[in-house]
Ligand binder design. Structure first.
Ligand SMILES: C[S@@+](CC[C@H](N)C(=O)[O-])C[C@H]1O[C@@H](n2cnc3c(N)ncnc32)[C@H](O)[C@@H]1O
Length: 210
């Protein structure tokens, strides 16, 4: 798999580990059923580089939880592009959590990146995998529409924290459709376009704060 020019400017000194991660997605990720065969050609643009966009709304030194990390998106590329962050990858499914544990070990990220096999839950959910901790930033990609995502993410958000969801071009529509949920959680929400590198299409973040 060829490495796009943009990857060097986005990952800098971490380009080697970002490339190793992209290779793991294309090999073990495919074998373990975490990536579809059609995704292999777009691992860099659609997955690895796209994930880095969440960093645009994250302050230096923050603790971050990636809810529903799957194969490590956006959490692993974020941790590689932003060595100042501490990142928890939260994933309930055993095979995915095992994949994440292997990636963190093999990339040598264990000092800053933790894998938790667990689930984000609403306040009334009784779930043995329910994860209860608080973080400066609760991020996610492709996990749920905004109303359900807020119910899961608000309990993980520190009092001065934020939710930063990586969304497609539907972001602004999702924010207006979920206005009542946003208000019920006493949050403010906005959709922000972000371009990760020159020539990339903008991607969208939904950022919620109290
Ligand atoms: C469509 S996948 C997206 C994976 C990854 N974020 C990505 O962008 O490729 C959704 C993931 O969310 C996880 N998930 C679903 N409900 C969850 C919850 N309540 N808490 C944490 N993870 C959850 C699933 O196990 C799955 O790995």
């Amino acid at each position: 798999m060829s490495v796009p020019d943009a990857a060097a400017s986005v990952f800098g000194d971490e380009l080697g580990r970002a490339t190793a991660y992209a290779d793991l997605l294309a090999t073990r990720g495919l074998e373990w059923g975490l990536m579809g065969p059609r995704e292999v050609d777009r691992i860099w643009d659609r997955h690895v580089l796209n994930s880095v966009a969440v960093g645009h709304a994250i302050a230096p030194g923050a603790s971050v939880v990636d809810v529903g990390s799957g194969a490590g998106l956006p959490g692993i590329p974020l941790a590689l592009a932003r060595p100042d962050l501490r990142v928890t990858l939260l994933e309930p499914l055993l095979r995915r959590a095992n994949f994440l544990t292997g990636v963190v070990e093999e990339l040598g990220l264990g000092e800053r990146v933790e894998v938790v096999r667990g689930r984000a839950v609403g306040p009334d959910d009784k779930d043995p995998l329910g994860h209860h901790a608080q973080y400066d930033v609760v991020t996610s990609r492709a996990v749920a529409a905004l109303p359900r995502l807020l119910a899961w993410c608000v309990p993980l958000m520190a009092p001065t924290g934020s939710i930063v969801a990586l969304k497609g071009s539907s972001a602004a529509g999702e924010v207006s459709d979920a206005a009542a949920d946003v208000a019920r959680h006493r949050l403010k929400a906005e959709a922000i376009p972000v371009t990760t590198h020159d020539g990339a299409d903008p991607t969208w973040l939904v950022v919620c704060t109290r």
